[in-house]
Write a protein that binds this ligand. Sequence first.
Ligand code: G3P
Length: 215
Amino acid sequence: MKFFIDTANVDEIRTAASWGVLDGVTTNPSLIAIEKRNYKETVKEICDITPGAVSAEVLATDYDGMVSEAREWTQVAENVVVKVPIIPDGIKAVKTLSQEGIKTNVTLVFNVTQAILAAKAGATYVSPFVGRIDDIGGDGMYVVEEILTAFANYGFETEVIVASVRHVRHVVESLEMGADIATIPFKVLKQLFKHPLTDIGIERFLADYKAALGD
Ligand code: G3P
């Protein structure tokens, strides 16, 4: 499974990239708003430090606007993927963009029918928001399972990005289900390293060594 980081903060991306296990980045307008920086300049910088795909979202909600913004995004960097919302004009835009060879990530997906529409239109990626589904009492990871089954049943090549990840359990379940990608906030990415026995183990190894052999 590929690990993307879900942030627009370049320091977090640099740190995750330095670990050598980062496959891509996803941003959205809310994440850019936190950084209070120009969207295009920020995405350009992110693309330079990221080995793989970097998702940047259109702000338009009409077909012409989305297509034109998507074409502009492709001029920013080769590894930009255009994030488009799952609305009728968005799907129409994804169809056009896929015919032009422009990679897309269909976002704000909350059920399997939305995911299938994205795949039929030729989306490169589809992003179910598992945390937001859980927030309203649903089961986000069950929706991911339904999407993976439907894509396998019909041989769609669209990759599933588990998005709106809130905790390590979402990552573990993504791995168990065979999701293609999880896009993970920096806080959760750091938690993937953690186990108390690892910390205790390091302390004990060093203490034993020091007790027997000194510094
Ligand atoms: O990738 C989508 C993600 O940014 C949404 O996450 O935590 O705002 O639901 P959240």
